[in-house]
Design a protein around this ligand. Structure first.
Ligand code: C5P
Length: 305
């Protein structure tokens, strides 16, 4: 018997290294990045319907009203792309339960697209080959292929070429959320302004970072975390400097901006340490904060009804 609904989840991502090169003719920037999927999840539930629709639910602090509730939503576009690819004619009712900050630099939209691909694939019993799903994911957005793969991985191209990386152990992060998102194109635009003054080399993955991850050496990792978009995001949102500095004062091992921001990440040595740093940040008015452990797996079916 066919399922009447399928629920899938997909994780937020952080970039342990985000190296950005000079803008390409197509408007994208070449990246050399190390992604890690962390345990903040969005869930996408799909069920057959006569017309396409989407509803968005979740924690009030997550700026849910910024998520489009129409056909421009990336989860709808993902399911429609798969339908077109497979020749499926049915429409879907799509429900998104958000646990990932909206416009926070943690690829929440990309997670929704990946979860929608996996959920619709299961509902329609397509068993689409992995490489084909990865191809559709890349069409939808630069970070969507990684949301399918999860774990820790090296990303190149515009971020869509993903190769899993060898990593030992678990990593604990405090994430300081911001009530107001930052636009990714705006941050890249500011990056272009800054880099025109400085000049740019092709981005590379630092060896020290990969060594630190293979050895689970947190001190070395703390010194190797880097985000080329941080200066641009800080120019657009100077108050984030204070949040980053406050995390270090609260004994975080390192602080950096997540992707294009405005979420800030703090590396901690354990769950207890993360709770302590998170508590300190919240008490000094830099909240809301959340704690996330990585790496976690990519998009997957959670439940079928
Ligand atoms: O691929 P995606 O749709 O997620 O990208 C959103 C925007 O982020 C792009 O329109 C572009 O402005 C910027 N971007 C970029 N270089 C990348 C990835 C994204 O300039 N490698």
């Amino acid at each position: 018997m066919r399922a009447s609904w399928v629920r899938a989840s997909a994780p937020a991502k952080i970039n342990l290294h985000l190296g950005v090169g000079p803008v390409r003719p197509d408007g994208y920037h070449p990246l050399a990045t190390v992604y890690q999927a962390v345990g903040l999840l969005d869930e996408v539930t799909v069920s057959p319907a006569d017309t396409w629709s989407v509803t968005v639910a979740g924690d009030e602090r997550l700026a849910l009203s910024d998520v489009p509730a129409d056909g421009s939503n990336i989860a709808v576009r993902a399911a429609q792309l798969l339908a077109e690819h497979a020749g499926v004619k049915t429409a879907l009712d799509i429900r998104i339960d958000k646990g990932i900050p909206v416009a926070g630099g943690m690829a929440g939209g990309s997670a929704d697209a990946a979860a929608a691909l996996v959920a619709a694939d299961a509902l329609w019993e397509l068993s689409t080959p992995r490489e084909e799903l990865m191809g559709l994911a890349a069409e939808l957005g630069s970070d969507v292929p990684f949301a399918l793969v999860g774990g820790t991985a090296v990303g190149t191209g515009r971020g869509e070429v993903v190769v899993p990386a060898m990593v030992r152990g678990d990593y604990w992060w405090v994430v300081a959320l911001s009530g107001q998102g930052l636009s990714t194109p705006a941050v890249y635009g500011e990056f272009d302004v800054i880099s025109e003054e400085l000049g740019l080399d092709d981005p590379e993955i630092p060896d020290e970072l990969m060594e630190a991850l293979r050895a689970h050496d947190l001190e070395k990792l703390a010194l190797s975390l880097h985000n080329d978009l941080e200066p641009a995001a800080l120019r657009l949102r100077p108050a984030l400097s204070d949040v980053l500095a406050a995390g270090i004062e609260e004994t975080a091992l390192a602080a950096l901006l997540s992707g294009s921001g405005p979420s800030c990440l703090f590396l901690c040595s354990s769950r207890d340490h993360a709770q302590q740093v998170g508590y300190g940040l919240r008490s000094s008015g830099r909240g809301p904060v959340t704690i996330a452990e990585g790496p976690v797996g990519g998009a997957r079916v959670e439940m079928v009804g």
